[in-house]
Design a protein. Sequence first.
Lengths: 293, 287, 279
Amino acid sequence: MPGYARKESLIRIALAGTAGVSLLFLALIFLFLLVEGLPMLAPRSIAGFLCGMSWYPTAEPPEFGIFPMLVGSLAVTAVAASIAVPLGVMTAAWLTEIAPSGVRRICKPMIELLAALPSVVVGFFGMVVFAPFLQNVFDADTGLNLLNAGVMLAFMSVPTICTVAEDALFAVPVSLREASLALGATRWETTIKVVIPAAFTGIGTGCMLGMSRSIGETMVVLMVAGGAGIIPASLFDPVRPMPAAIAAEMAEAPFRGEHYHALFAIGLVLFVFTLAFNIIAQRIAEANRQAPD
Amino acid sequence: MTATTQARRIRERILFSLLRLAALTNIAALLCVCGFLVWKGLPALSWEFLTQSPRKAMTEGGIWPCIAGTVLLAVGSLGLSFPLGVASAVYLHEYAGRSRFARYIRLGVNNLAGVPSIVFGLFGMSFFVITCGFGISLLSGILTLGVLTLPVIIGTAEEALRQVPATYREASLALGATQSQTIARVVLPAALPGMLTGAILGLARASGETAVIMFTAAVFYSKNSGGSLLSPVMALPNHIYVLATSGTEIAKTMPLQYGTALVLLCLVVGMNGIAIVVRDRMQKART
Amino acid sequence: MKLTSLFAKKRFSLLGLALVCFAASTALATEEVIISGSTTVLPVMQKAGEAFMAANPGITLSISGGGSGSGIKALNDGLCQIAMSSRDIKKSELELGAKNGVTAVRTAIAVDALIPVVHPENPVKNLSAAQLKDIYAGRITNWKEVGGHDGKIVVVSRDTSSGTYETWEEIIMKKEKVTPAALLQASNGAVVQTVSANKRAIGYIGFGYLTDSLKKLDVGGIEATPQTALAKQWPIARELYVFTNGKPEGAVKKVLEYLLDPQKGQKSVREVGYIPLDK
């Protein structure tokens, strides 16, 4: 028997080691961003980097201010969220509360398929179809703008929001619904006043995850956001979100020069942002898990 | 009384149709993108387009090296992330329970899933390409994509393990099997279909990824694409991006762009579709 | 072989082993030359490369864009054998190369003219260099001011780190900064896409990227043609380069000879739309 026991504990340790690989890689990613990004931040003030208004990495002397990009990233995320959150939550409510099960079985996979569209394909669509549409219909100066990027990102984050919100709505006990209906409330009133508030934390998790996806998405903003490093004054202004700047400039940046380190520093900022979104989402989810019991 | 009830009914009907409209908007968006690419891309598709190399500065010929490159990248990365992911999931679900170490690992996996692909690209470039010295190569791409798909595999594998009834394990243990025997002979076979669903989703994710391979694996043109682990490859997502934004003859390559986008779309959506159908079957079989 | 000696100089001894294996494996099958760099030079290399490989079946070329900086970076790291560049190498890049034992050697392969372009429906035909500068600095913002229809000028520029941008900055902007409101595009092709789809846009591209979907502008009354560019009348012209590690040898030398041959590579240069070297 001790032989078995030793073998068992060896297997256990090996599996634990394997499971640690994910943690190891997360740490490595953070480490490498730090190692490559800090040489840029060390001689300068971090505030100057985050709040600087102009980004001229190749000028003499170079200027590295990412404030317009930061605002650009937040702006596309906000536009995407203001479209995707209502759309995602309403779709989830429709799927759980109203749709007949047959229709549901067909519609749900289709919404999940929306998440499967490769980002480069969505960006391509935004570039060749939606941008000319915005120029022709809204007489926008350029179709490559905040709105275009926001709409494309919205459709990429709807499935995330919808799936998580749907799980949350589904988890609301039937007894709650029955109690509300028995008191004379209509199905609509039950949905809006009972079911959605009961699932609120789960919906919140979904929204945070969806936004985390939009802020980090690269190809779409690279192809359709326009790429102007300004603070947008309207929906039709072009912006240059952080991932687009990294993707566009990395190839041209002299290796281990200031510009290269600055781009890694942007990557670090982006990493911290998405990490924050994810941690908030997990906190909400944990609070939710503990609440019903 | 009846009047207000009537009004409430009408309001309910209106608001419910609003919800239906929201759901239909999403489906319309999906059909719009797919329909448009099928409409524009289908004329470009031919046997030759799928099986030949590009010619005449990308204005003629096909995209075979890109298809092959994408498949190599996706399958290679899965070969790495599937065993690692399944082992991690087995540890998390069967051994660790709610221990502190397991909680940290879960936290790590969840956050790894949220890391933007461009950050994976930066990491892959800095770690695999430069520090490890693999260069812009198939190997660098496979390793980076492997890390990227790891959370997808762990998540679905753990879900699959959760679906295996506890009675299976208890029965096996009661018959005198050790825990590892139980897992290898009873739990894993029962969870396998669910894990395969995850594997297909991981494949799809890796095939559609662009920002990562731009920095680690893909080149615009290589005759030797996929010839060795340390050569650079051509890949579909990168090809679309380059065709749409570089090249001197953008108008001439337009049909190729649509065709390439359609092929990638079919590949990725097809794989996801299979995964969804498999999952649906399993759910029905269980209930 | 050449490749092996190149890789033996790598700093990371741990992985040098893997690289030697790689070098050996490629040397056994076919010789592989990795070419990387400027998206401006890319079309020439692509075209000439296909013909070159047809003529030399023993040599395989892998060609990728990415930009001048990335090409030189790859050359310094021993990740490519030929770097394409639309600008001269910088002192800092030479120093970095020297640290890795790489000496970049420059060879000019073609002349490129940068051309300001607008949408074909734009009535403006000619701009002075000063007007171009004012537009790109953000001082002229309406087409009315330069003789066009009323409408905001949508300024399209290249990323600040591209070789094309640097040439533009030097010759037109005279080191003044391009307005932050400019739409920065990552490649020549992206500029073509943007300008050809927008009636209010102005951009600048390499000669080879000119298509029917764009209208080229005269600068100071001079029309951009291969003749005016070669005669140095066209104000915005530059040479395109490739860089190699040391004097080219073996397969790399064959590629360069092919590129410079008036009947072969230089013909591709003309076909793609750039201006062949005056020989």
